[in-house]
Design a protein around this ligand. Structure first.
Ligand code: S3P
Length: 169
């Protein structure tokens, strides 16, 4: 099996979907933000504060090259901007978790850890800016995706099983 790469906007549920796919299938999963935090031994928020976004994007590119060379049969969840790496399609099958901006915002707001979820995401500090970024990225996400899954209003169990069914086809 090729790798499966989950892409989509901040807060759309890439992490929880990945955990549910693992539960349903036993496939091994990694997360690009987690890899970067381990490489740097500091949180994403700190990396943005101390070294800026461009530095973080370079780390994403390094992780993308490593994934392409060294990882197979794996589910890869990604940060919301990871889809821009030039070798994305060479890493595996790209699955977009698709939702409206309002759907994403509601999902974050309704989460018991909402404040923490917003705080750790430097690009979600201002809603207007986040919405602008969403609008700009949506067509780009759709362009790189091999499979698009509409996640709005669906349980994580349903989303995971839909993905597993579609990637096997
Ligand atoms: C980012 C999304 C974040 C994280 C970083 C940048 C983005 O990941 O990689 O803050 O550019 O959309 P999540 O999508 O998991 O929030």
């Amino acid at each position: 099996m090729k790798n499966i790469i989950l892409i989509g906007f901040m807060g759309v549920g890439k992490g929880s979907t990945a955990r549910e796919i693992v539960k349903q299938s036993g496939i091994v999963a990694v997360d690009t933000d987690d890899i970067i935090e381990s490489m740097e031994n500091r949180r994403i928020k700190k990396i943005f504060e101390e070294d800026g976004e461009a530095y973080f994007r370079d780390l994403e590119k390094r992780v993308a090259l490593w994934l392409q060379k060294s990882v197979e049969n794996t589910l890869i969840s990604t940060g919301g901007g990871f889809y821009k790496v030039s070798n994305l399609k060479k890493i595996g099958k790209v699955v977009l978790l698709d939702s409206s901006f309002d759907g994403i915002y509601k999902r974050i707001k309704n989460h018991p850890n909402a404040e923490k979820k917003l705080k750790k995401r430097p690009l979600f500090k201002e809603i207007a800016k986040a919405k602008e970024l969403y609008k700009q990225r949506l067509p780009e996400y759709k362009k790189v995706a091999d499979i698009i899954i509409d996640v709005e209003g669906k349980s994580v169990e349903k989303i995971a099983s839909e993905i597993l069914k579609k990637v096997k086809k």
